[in-house]
Write a protein of this length. Sequence first.
Length: 132
Amino acid sequence: MEKRAIEPEAIYAPTWDFSQAIEVSGAGRLLFVSGIMGFRKDGSISESMAEQSDQAYRNLAEVLAAAGGSLADIVKVTVFVGEDYPDHREEMREIRSRHFTARPFPASTLVRVAGFAGREYKFEIEAVAALS
């Protein structure tokens, strides 16, 4: 299986560590991952957006590992953040860059939401991965 970033010169360059599009070719499996929150194994959740996001990325990595993959196999993510995201933007970028280190980076969408299913939730991530 091969992944190739599509980043046309005719449009703006990615503003962070993501690709405009990812082309996947060859044999493989697609894995669609539901929204993953920053819950710890014991069911507790931090009050901090940064801690929730870091835990959510670790949880996402565990889901991928259970399917025989890793974060490097992700081709598309959608990230949902709370309304106070602008106050945490640089910190959130740093956390993301610790988890997504392999090029090509996944295609990505960031959505700021007015609220989540629970008042304490501040971050959620869903993904599509292409597994060998």
